[in-house]
Design a protein around this ligand. Structure first.
Ligand SMILES: Cc1cc2nc3c(=O)[nH]c(=O)nc-3n(C[C@H](O)[C@H](O)[C@H](O)COP(=O)(O)OP(=O)(O)OC[C@H]3O[C@@H](n4cnc5c(N)ncnc54)[C@H](O)[C@@H]3O)c2cc1C
Length: 187
């Protein structure tokens, strides 16, 4: 049987990650990566960071695909190989600008309420977007190692206990879904 040829349109981070994943999964046929730029795939986020600061050279902006583009590219490759894996990751992005670093998980085109753990004035805080009592997105700014817990709360789609959510003494992993009130408990 003739080996398949895969054509990936878009030679950015996702395209590069897809091509690399095809090889990693043992695909030995031809892979054609089509892009409209003259450069090989490169890491765009570093353009506004290390490259602009003069800390890295153009040739070193290699396509180490991370986060969304990497995960999406790898997922696309696995499905090109008929692995039939749905992509269910909660949307995510990060940014580092000077002394402010932040991560955001979820997607909040609309919301009812924004609550904070810590205050924006402190420049180290977490903001949570809530809709119908459920967390639809969270952003940690200069606070680290919490984004997985935020994504898990968003993914749960359960109503959260806002008092515990904003209380810095309560680990985010322990902010359970809103407990039923005593009056709702069956005798
Ligand atoms: C300056 C800058 C800073 C960034 N900083 C961050 C950050 O801090 N955090 C973060 O999470 N994300 C950041 N991003 C976003 C991140 O770079 C993108 O999420 C990521 O590059 C998306 O990868 P992609 O492969 O999906 O798309 P792209 O990188 O946009 O690649 C798409 C590719 O498709 C090609 N293409 C488009 N149209 C055609 C066509 N018709 N035919 C053929 N080829 C085509 C393009 O030339 C390109 O090569 C930043 C982006 C920029 C530009």
């Amino acid at each position: 049987m003739r080996a398949k040829t895969f054509v990936i349109v878009g030679a950015g981070l996702a395209g590069a990650a897809a091509a690399a994943q095809l090889r990693k999964d043992g695909f030995e046929g031809t892979v054609i990566l089509l892009g409209e730029e003259a450069d090989r795939p490169y890491e765009r986020p570093q353009l506004s960071k290390a490259y602009l600061r003069g800390e890295t050279q153009r040739e070193q902006l290699d396509a180490r695909a991370r986060d969304n583009a990497g995960r999406e590219g790898r997922a696309a490759a696995r499905n090109m190989l008929d692995k039939r894996e749905p992509y269910v990751r909660i949307p995510y992005f990060y940014s580092d600008q000077y002394d402010l670093g932040m991560e955001y998980a979820g997607f909040a085109p609309t919301w009812d309420q924004v609550v904070f753990r810590g205050g924006p004035a402190s420049r180290a805080f977490i903001a949570f977007w809530l809709k119908d009592g459920r967390m639809v997105a969270g952003m940690n700014a200069n606070v680290w190692q919490v984004n997985d817990a935020i994504a898990a709360l968003v993914a749960s789609r359960k109503q959260v206990d806002v008092g515990r959510l904003v209380d810095p003494a309560v680990p985010l992993d322990d902010v359970d879904a809103l407990k039923p009130r005593a009056a709702m408990t069956l005798p």
